[in-house]
Design a protein around this ligand. Structure first.
Ligand SMILES: [Fe+2]
Ligand SMILES: [Fe+2]
Length: 231
């Protein structure tokens, strides 16, 4: 899909009210419950100095807000912005199927752990197939596309090794927003790195750049974020 999702309106489709919206809400509640269990695990297993800052549920809402705001900032339609919001929200639901101990670590995680973490994209799509597989709706395709591919890179060095030309426009934007949020929340292994909006954007632009991101979309997102900082 190399266009923006503006040819269907979630509010008007009967599947939405009865199946799709409740699905997303249920999954987001499950992710929230998973975060609570993670916090308990951290309290029981890690030193009290370890501060858990990255909650998957909160990250998902920030990412959904950011994709919606970027779409509107780019002058895309309200329908597009709304479709992107709801498609982005459940992108990490697969994490709730994975063990608690792999997320919060003090040392850099070993490869086996990394591999397990990465599987959240495919696991999420599995949940979608199981629960909504009988519905053919372009929104479900969009949601599954973002869920599967939100950790890809333009150079093919992402989770699944897909290259830029295999990534849809909504996915390319989702990848940018996903990594921005990851870099913007203080984490134990970040040390004293500057995580202000301007610094994170600068680092993404200069250190990562077009080998990782679609830079046209990146600049649209960066412009929205900087504008937001002014207000
Ligand atoms: Fe993810
Ligand atoms: Fe994410």
């Amino acid at each position: 899909m190399n266009t923006w999702p503006d040819d269907f309106d979630l509010q008007e489709s009967p599947e939405t009210g009865e199946r799709i919206r409740p699905f997303i809400e249920t999954q987001m509640a499950a992710l929230k419950a998973f975060d609570i269990k993670r916090r308990e695990w951290v309290q029981q297993n890690l030193p009290p100095t370890y501060e858990m800052t990255y909650f998957f549920h909160d990250h998902a809402y920030r990412a959904a807000d950011d994709i919606k705001k970027t779409a509107l900032h780019m002058g895309l339609s309200d329908i597009t912005a709304e479709n992107l919001y709801w498609a982005m929200l459940p992108h990490d639901i697969g994490k709730s199927l994975l063990p608690l101990h792999i997320w919060d670590v003090i040392e850099k995680p070993e490869n086996a752990i990394k591999k397990l973490r990465r599987s959240h994209t495919e696991l999420g799509v599995g949940i979608v197939g199981e629960v909504l597989g009988d519905i053919g709706h372009p929104f479900i395709e969009l949601m599954a596309d973002i869920m599967l591919n939100h950790h890809e890179q333009m150079d093919g060095e992402g989770f699944l090794g897909k290259k830029g030309d295999e990534l849809s426009t909504p996915v390319r934007l989702a990848c940018i927003i996903e990594s921005f949020d990851g870099y913007s929340i203080a984490r134990p292994h970040f040390g004293d790195r500057d995580i202000s909006v301007a610094s994170v954007l600068k680092r993404m632009r200069e250190e990562k750049g077009d080998s990782i991101y679609d830079m046209e979309l990146f600049e649209a997102f960066a412009d929205m974020k900087m504008e937001e900082e002014k207000n």
